[in-house]
Each structure stands twice: as structure tokens, then as C-alpha cells.
Ligand binder design. Structure first.
Ligand code: ZN
Length: 151
């Protein structure tokens, strides 16, 4: 019996997180297997009867020497529709935060939601992003929102 169980376990271990797909779950300090990226627990599944969580983000997208600051609840669809070369950062927040950022960098405005990619704005985006890739950070927020919805 141990051989089949062992092989099943090996398959589970190799599988990436069911929620974000970025990494296989790892054993935490408390002995529970969680995704190292979004912290989703191995074996938990989102309740299909609940609506998907609404995670609003302000995004910073660079194209050449311009950075677009916008907001969305569907970053994958939204970003796919905007020409850009680099996603600099996600910041948790919606319209209110977006407006505040537009005012903060009004002196760099290049038209619409696009701003000059001056060192000041680049440094701001880099500080928000920290050393975590933006999509990893977003995955964590989604997992946190789902956990809030199920518990
Ligand atoms: Zn994950």
C-alpha cells in the first residue's frame, strides 16, 4: 500500500497551487502545506457558490517613457487590452486611490492616465512593488479575499 500512496503524494507535491498556479505548496513552520506565493492551503477549494472576490488594484504600466496609472477589478483582462512593455506595480485600492495618485503626479501628466516616467514616479512604483513580483502580490490578495469569504 505504501508504494501507491507514495506515488500519489509525489504527484500532489509536484502540483502547483490550485489557486494561483505559481508554485507547489510547501510545508509551513506549523506543518501545514501552503502555497509560498499566495499562502493558499493545499486541499482547500474556493466555494463555487460564492461570487469571485473583488480585489481592486491600482496598476502602474510602462510604455517607453510613459507610465499609465489606472485601476481595475480585472487586472488580467484590463492589462491585456493596454499596450505596455512592463508592469511596474500593483497597489491595493480603487478609484479613490487612483485619483489621489493622479493628483500626486499631476506635474508629470502626459495626457489621460499617462504620466512621464520620471525618476520620481519610477521610484514610487518601485517602492510599492518592493521585491515581490506584482502578479505574486495580486495572487496573495485574491487568496486573502477568498479566505475572508470562506471563513
Ligand atoms: Zn498560490
Amino acid at each position: 500500500m505504501s508504494a501507491p500512496l507514495g506515488s500519489v503524494r509525489a504527484v500532489i507535491d509536484a502540483a502547483t497551487c490550485v489557486l494561483c498556479g505559481f508554485a507547489p505548496p510547501e510545508v509551513d513552520a506549523d506543518g501545514i502545506r501552503r502555497c509560498p506565493v499566495c499562502r493558499w492551503r493545499l486541499g482547500d477549494s474556493p466555494d463555487p457558490d460564492l461570487p469571485p472576490p473583488r480585489v481592486e488594484v491600482v496598476y502602474y504600466l510602462r510604455w517607453e517613457q510613459r507610465i499609465k496609472i489606472g485601476t481595475t477589478r480585472q487586472p488580467r483582462q484590463r492589462l491585456a487590452a493596454i499596450w505596455h512593455q512592463e508592469l511596474l506595480a500593483f497597489e491595493p485600492g480603487g478609484r479613490t486611490l487612483e485619483r489621489a495618485r493622479h493628483e500626486q503626479f499631476a506635474h508629470l501628466r502626459a495626457g489621460g492616465e499617462w504620466f512621464r516616467a520620471d525618476p520620481e514616479l519610477r521610484a514610487h512604483a518601485a517602492a510599492i512593488a518592493g521585491d515581490v513580483p506584482p502578479w505574486h502580490r495580486y495572487a496573495r490578495w485574491v487568496a486573502d479575499a477568498l479566505r475572508g469569504a470562506v471563513s
